[in-house]
Design a protein around this ligand. Structure first.
Ligand code: SF4
Ligand code: SF4
Length: 253
């Protein structure tokens, strides 16, 4: 049976971490609290070669090499709705929403031929996969590939910048390689989070002050929202620290 899929706009997938292209992260800096999320892709994974092109390769202390994706990300706890999600579960920025949202449920960090399981809705998601929904994927190919191609092209274009950032972090924070090794050894993998300020410093962006000024109040608001929940202690610590970093950077002459 051919996979069918239609979005019913239930809003369920509009929660938690939202990976963005760099272009979208910058364009939506007044909306999303931003961080960089690192994910290890092991050499036996289907998407390994693609991940080395979109991300970087890192040699671990055990001499194994892994691919590492570094995604600019709207950094939100799993159950927190996207700031653009409206009470009616519709997207408040539909005409202007990020590439990641347009390409859903497809995922250009994977090869096109490996997308079939993404068409199976996760638990609680209300995507329409019935016989009434349109066929969207046939013979391991995406039928309407405009959004997928656009997001993939943006990811390829930004890859050199992300590699510059990875080199900077691994040079000035070398202990991170041990965290990556732990993630590579863990059955469930894992994620490592670094700050937007480290990215702005490493890449010497000319708009760093402007981005920091947009982020400072968001980080402050998120620190406040996560202040009393012990389960969100890591998020709170990051938001509070990053709020200070963003304020300092915004005021730098
Ligand atoms: S930008 Fe819109 S579509 Fe994307 S996660 Fe937010 S509410 Fe959902
Ligand atoms: S979970 Fe499925 S139906 Fe709900 S908003 Fe996301 S893609 Fe659409």
């Amino acid at each position: 049976m051919e996979p069918r899929f239609a979005c019913t706009a239930c809003g369920k997938c509009c929660h938690g971490l939202l990976p963005l292209t760099l272009t979208d992260a910058v364009a939506h800096a007044v909306r999303f609290p931003l961080a960089l999320v690192w994910t290890v892709v092991r050499s036996n994974a289907k998407s390994y070669d693609l991940a080395t092109r979109l991300g970087t390769s890192v040699r671990l202390p055990n001499r194994k090499t892994v691919a590492v994706l570094i995604q600019p990300t709207a950094y939100l706890p799993n159950h927190f709705p996207c700031p653009a999600l409206q009470p009616d579960n519709l997207c408040g920025i539909h005409a202007d929403k990020p590439s990641r949202c347009r390409t859903m449920p497809f995922y250009p960090y994977r090869e096109e031929k490996d997308q079939a399981d993404l068409l199976v809705p996760r638990k609680g998601w209300e995507c329409d996969v019935s016989a009434e929904a349109p066929v969207v994927y046939r013979n391991h190919a995406i039928l309407d590939r405009k959004d997928f191609d656009r997001e993939r092209a943006e990811l390829l274009e930004q890859a050199p910048v992300m590699r510059t950032y990875a080199d900077y972090v691994l040079k000035y924070m070398p202990w991170i390689v041990n965290d990556l090794a732990k993630m590579a050894a863990a059955p469930a993998g894992g994620k490592l989070v670094t700050s937007l300020s480290s990215f702005l410093t490493a890449t010497r962006r000319t708009d760093a002050r402007e981005l920091a000024a947009a982020q400072a109040p968001l980080m402050q608001a998120m620190a406040e929202r996560t202040r009393t929940d012990p389960a969100l202690a890591d998020f709170h610590r990051n938001y509070a620290g990053w709020a200070k970093e963003m304020e300092r950077l915004a005021q730098r002459g």
